[in-house]
Design a binder for this molecule. Structure first.
Ligand code: HDE
Length: 724
């Protein structure tokens, strides 16, 4: 039986039976209300046991339905400690959401080293090939609130906490390798401009408004980032199909303190994939939790998402000869110039048990680094090193946030920090200061000059200045390099996105100012956007430095060029009706399963469809709840009567027309002619619409899904294409 069907059953199984699928060690350690008692012993709930409800103080509760009243219809009594405790705790359930990256989703996993870096760094995590280090990863959008939709056009956070044997290392990155600004001083301005406008409190989770583009158009250093955020990178298909980047240049330090510069890259095993903008808008309505659900479902199904860790390593000599400053976070180092060395893999194999305890309370801090890794003077990174610790105190409310299990190191730790709100683990022993003469045991820990963290001995001298270095001054060359590295369809999407966003900007002078920058990036792009906005090209913006016009294109910057090789990890939406050809349906399920992909059955009724063999095939979605935007590709298999029915159903028609408009591959099985006729698509059937006349066609159909989209169709279904 195909994976999908097992999965459907799983997702509806009661919590207890799902628990059984967890790795044995975790299932065993699951406890109710742990830890309790000094020895940390826990009250395990055995299979079949029902725990007695208690107050937080452990008092058994007799009645949790009614508050204590004076008389049958009388006032509620103050002495009802159970009621007061329950409401008090409820009233305090919320903590401040993150000021940025509020909407996120996390999962546990591990990092495994595949190549030793012992000659380059003393970092313990990079020493022994095959060794695994526990990891927690949180993906996020940046601008939206906690409750905003997943498919906002936005940068995605890609924050990785690695619980190494020598302390926690947080690599707090994004899915885009550059940033908007060069100096942390401008971060509050950038975020204010991107967030809802302060007088009206909207728009939510969108950059398509005046304040954002006003700030951006007045900040030329953001132009490289603008190319990335207007590309399909900001509407990823799921977290599993995104790259991650450490963004800044860091240092690796060997035993002797010698430094090698490094940039960190996460490369998804499944390749890169994004959705179309019109699709993103509709996904947000159909399933605002699309990305969360995807990660959760993949892990539950055992399709563990995986990334390779790649390093770009280079020395001072390269840094000095490179056209741009390696401390400038608005620049990349093209992979063609410094190739990526793959040294490990990151696998996410365990979902969280509790969203709040883990995903919400996890506290990433860029200054969490370990011996063998160090910062550079990138002014953005330096500012971040202040900001993250500060924000965690505000958000989590206590300097003891590292006592929370998700934030605590997994290696031994010992220090003299004590007390404060929620201190769960004060140091034991007689001495809480150092130096002391109390000796081993009660005297507490001592520093270790050999093993301890040492900063790179970078010479620093100079005047105190508030300036932007001259070496940061070129804002357009790499923006152009990104643009010319894209395939024509991706270039079109960048143009479309700019026209869409700027069309939401009310002030024409802001639109025009943006155009004045685009002229420096690409003349054709500037004309396309000007045309799309109905705006004449203005004078070019004043450039602080003359751009380098001929940086070579880099294939690594294109999603399409780095797309997947197969349908693995993707999802087919299979629309069936009563009487549909059972052999064909089964062949499709098998072929998708063999490809390592998933299927969701969509049917007119959630109870499923009775196929031609008389058996009922359960549905995952009723057709109104399973629009084609939720799938990477679709197929329709109907009976003659079922096909007639679909042809008069608006959601069924949308299923087909949206899939067509979003350039998806469409499997057209028996019974689809009436639907094609009623939607007016009969004459438009192209090579992306693949006929499924019987079970023999299933394998070839799934093999054809590898490129994911039939982009050749886009110019025929999109008005913007006519205008370029
Ligand atoms: Fe962040 N950023 N950031 N940021 N950032 C936060 O920390 C900040 C920047 C990134 O899943 C905050 O815990 C400053 C670049 C991620 O919990 C805050 C500057 C990159 C996450 C903060 C930057 C990031 C954050 C808000 C400019 C990519 C989510 C909540 C110098 C390399 C982590 C929090 C998670 C979160 C400050 C710029 C990535 C306020 C001052 C560049 C993935 O501390």
């Amino acid at each position: 039986m195909a994976k999908s069907l097992t999965r459907a059953a799983d997702s509806r199984a009661p919590a207890k039976s799902r628990q059984k699928q967890l790795p044995a060690s975790r299932a065993e350690s699951r406890a109710f209300g742990e830890p309790q008692g000094e020895g940390g012993e826990t009250h395990q709930i055995a299979e079949g046991d029902v725990a007695t409800l208690t107050t937080a103080q452990g008092v058994p509760v007799a009645d949790d339905q009614n508050s204590l009243k004076q008389g049958e219809r009388g006032p509620t009594l103050m002495e009802d400690f159970h009621f007061r405790e329950k409401i008090f705790h409820f009233d305090h359930e919320r903590i401040p959401e993150r000021v940025v990256h509020a909407r996120g989703f996390g999962a546990h996993g591990y990092f495994e080293l595949t190549e030793s870096l012992a000659d380059i760094t003393r970092a313990d995590i990079f020493q022994r090939v095959g060794e695994r280090t526990e990891a927690f990863v949180r993906f996020s959008t940046v601008a939206g609130s906690k409750g905003s939709a997943d498919l906002a056009r936005d940068v995605r956070g890609f924050a990785v906490k690695l619980y190494t044997k020598e302390g926690n290392w947080d690599l707090v990155g994004n899915n885009i390798p550059v940033f908007f600004i060069q100096d942390a001083m401008k971060f509050p301005d950038l975020v204010h401009a991107a967030k809802p406008e302060p007088d009206r409190g909207f728009p939510q989770a969108q950059t398509a408004h005046d304040n954002f583009w006003d700030f951006i158009s007045l900040t030329p250093e953001s132009m490289h980032m603008v190319m990335w955020i207007m590309s399909d990178r900001t509407i990823p298909r799921s977290f599993r199909f995104m790259e991650g980047f450490g963004v800044h240049t860091f240092r690796l330090l060997d035993e002797d303190g010698r430094s090698t510069f490094v940039k960190f890259h996460w490369k998804p095993k499944l390749g890169l994939q994004s959705v179309a903008w019109n699709e993103a808008v509709k996904i947000n309505g159909a399933d605002p939790d699309f990305h969360r659900r995807d990660l959760w479902a993949a892990i539950e199904a055992g399709d563990f998402p995986e990334w390779e860790l790649g390093l770009q390593l280079f020395d001072e000599e390269f840094a000095d000869s490179f056209e741009f400053d390696v401390l400038d976070s608005t620049k990349i180092i093209p992979e063609e110039l410094v190739p990526i060395r793959t040294v490990g893999r990151l696998v996410l194999d365990r979902r969280v048990d509790n969203f709040f305890a883990e995903t919400e309370q996890v506290a990433f801090c860029t200054q969490n680094i370990v011996p063998g890794i160090d910062f550079t003077n990138d002014p953005l990174l330096q500012g971040r090193n202040f900001s993250y610790l500060d924000t965690q105190l505000k958000r989590l409310g206590s300097p003891n946030f590292m006592h929370l299990p998700i934030n605590a190191p997994r290696c031994p730790f010992a220090h003299f920090q004590q007390d404060g709100h929620m201190a769960m683990r004060n140091p034991v022993g007689r001495a809480n200061y150092e130096p002391n003469s109390w000796g081993a045991g009660i005297g507490g820990p001592r520093e270790d000059p050999a093993r301890g963290f040492k900063s790179f001995a970078e010479p620093a001298d100079g005047e105190k200045l508030r300036i932007r270095p001259e070496s940061f001054a070129d804002h357009y060359s790499q923006a152009r390099q990104f643009y010319v590295s894209q395939t024509p369809i991706e270039q079109k999407h960048i143009g479309d996105a700019l026209v869409f966003e700027l069309s939401k900007v009310e002030r024409a002078d802001i639109r025009s100012r943006m155009l004045s920058h685009l002229i420096h990036i690409d003349d054709g792009l500037a004309r396309t956007v000007g045309n799309g906005l109905g705006l004449a090209l203005p004078e070019p913006a004043k450039a602080t430095r003359q751009p380098i016009g001929d940086l070579p294109p880099s294939d690594a910057l294109s999603i399409v060029k780095r797309g997947p090789q197969s349908f693995a990890g993707r999802k087919l939406g299979l629309l069936v009706t009563d009487g549909a050809d059972a052999a064909l349906v089964q062949a499709l399920l098998n072929a998708v399963d063999e490809a390592g992909a998933m299927v969701e059955i969509v049917a007119p009724k959630i109870g499923g469809a009775t196929l031609s063999d008389g058996k009922i095939l359960g549905a995952h979605q009723k057709i109104d709840g399973g629009p084609s935007v939720l799938y990477d590709a679709v197929a329709i298999v109907a009976s003659e009567e079922g096909g007639q029915m679909l042809a008069m159903d608006a959601p069924a028609k949308d299923f087909l027309t949206d899939a067509f408009a979003h350039c998806k591959f469409i499997g057209l099985g028996p019974g689809t002619e009436p639907l094609l006729a009623r939607t007016g698509l009969a004459a438009d059937v192209d090579d992306g619409c693949i006929s499924l006349s019987g079970k023999a066609d299933a394998k070839a159909f799934v093999a054809a899904l590898a490129p994911l989209r039939f982009w050749a169709r886009e110019p025929l279904v999109d008005l913007d294409a006519l205008e370029t």
